[in-house]
Design a protein around this ligand. Structure first.
Ligand code: HPA
Ligand code: ZN
Length: 375
């Protein structure tokens, strides 16, 4: 700025004309200026919410063998290598068969707690600040393990995640969709004494041939109980399942949902209503929803204005935890930039069932990582 003479002889500082750029644009400009080289460190450092993670799918082969040994069980595999060689999935069902067999080593509360803590340790290392974790009680009660055993072990792990790792953690109980509505109701009844220990319910397992409608009454009851509602839909199943998960089950989030793009009107609705999709890129490739990561539609989902998030699904089976999902997806899809990284992390907080105050705190921490105004 340069001083200018006034008629009364005094001087005045004249302001150069600086165009006023709204904060939103300044943020976008800053994000767009971040180079691709900086992406891996930002992806690692950014605080994140994990919203689609099956705790039984975090059971690493080494832990599976350790639990089998301490519980006096034998696995149909001689070594970790032999077990891992079986992880060559051709579709969702081929994975689920192995996943349920793997979960059969979980017998005691301590097993569930240890499995939970192993996951939370890895999540904390990935800068996950909040995790909403799925568990499948029916895959345990069917083997004679009580609901109480499962929920006691997992609750203890969530408490320890809070006290030892400073992480916020909550449980979402899933119904297995290949089982009957009656069995889902029986599971809900069994869970009710522990109502305060899980925040919501979900729907997982074999999608094809098991539409959301099958569980309409169970979800209505859960809604009356004040539980939060989510469901897997549009992973292998058609976009119509995403619609009925919303309209019939009245879920608040869709797990996966990537097949919504086959129905443009549905995409518009998801964007308009800001229905979150909990996307799991590595899972989608392992289960052949996409032929390769290069063909994944994450960038298109974001481009359509959807509240997409990145998550790990079953990390012990699919090749990596949440950060690995971020790294590989961003390294493979050139359309994804720092702006998308920020958006995905921000979407995760928005889509979570956490308190507003917590969401704001995490959002500020995210802004600080990206050094955005106001942070
Ligand atoms: N889809 C459906 N059910 C599941 C999955 C999944 O990706 N992982 C564990 N159960
Ligand atoms: Zn899943």
């Amino acid at each position: 700025m340069r001083p200018s003479g006034r008629r009364d002889g005094s001087t005045q500082v004249r302001r150069e004309k600086i165009p006023v750029i709204p904060v939103m644009y300044r943020m976008a400009m800053k994000l767009d200026a971040i180079s691709r080289e900086r992406l891996p460190s930002l992806l690692r450092a950014m605080p994140k919410a994990e919203l689609h993670m099956h705790i039984e799918g975090s059971l690493e082969p080494e832990l599976m063998f350790a639990f089998a040994r301490r519980n006096g069980l034998s696995l149909p595999y001689q070594s970790v290598e032999e077990l891992c060689a079986a992880y060559a999935f051709t579709n969702l069902q081929s994975f689920l068969d192995i996943y349920y067999a793997g979960a059969s080593v979980l017998l005691r509360e301590q097993d569930f707690e240890d499995m939970g803590m192993a996951y939370f340790g890895r999540a904390a290392a990935d800068n996950v600040v909040h995790a909403e974790i799925f568990f499948d009680p029916q895959s345990h009660t069917a083997r004679g393990v009580s609901f109480e055993t499962v929920i006691n072990g997992l609750t203890r792990a969530c408490e320890r995640a809070r006290s030892e790792l400073g992480m916020s953690a909550a449980l979402i109980m899933c119904f297995l969709r290949h089982l009957s509505e009656d069995e889902a109701f029986a599971t809900l009844e069994e869970a009710l004494p522990s109502r305060g220990r899980f925040i919501g319910v979900g729907l997982d397992g074999s999608e094809r041939g098991h539409p959301p409608e099958k569980f309409a009454r169970v979800f209505a009851r859960c809604r009356d109980l004040g539980l939060r509602l989510v469901a897997h839909a549009g992973e292998e199943g058609p976009p119509a399942y995403v619609r009925s998960a919303l309209d019939v089950l009245k879920v608040e989030r869709i797990d996966h949902g990537v097949r919504c793009v086959e129905d443009p009107a549905l995409v518009q609705r998801l964007a308009r209503e800001r229905i979150p999709l909990t996307v799991c890129p590595l899972s989608n490739v392992k289960l052949r929803v996409f032929r390769s990561l290069a063909e994944h539609n994450l960038a298109a989902l974001l481009g359509a204005g959807l509240c997409a998030t990145v998550n790990s699904d079953d990390p012990a089976y699919f090749g990596g935890y949440i950060n690995q999902n971020f790294y590989e997806t961003f390294a493979t899809l050139p359309a994804l930039t720092a702006r998308h990284a920020y958006q995905l992390a921000s979407n995760g907080f928005e889509a979570s069932f956490a308190d507003v105050a917590d969401k704001q705190r995490w959002q500020h921490a995210l802004d600080a990582i990206f050094a955005l105004p106001g942070s």
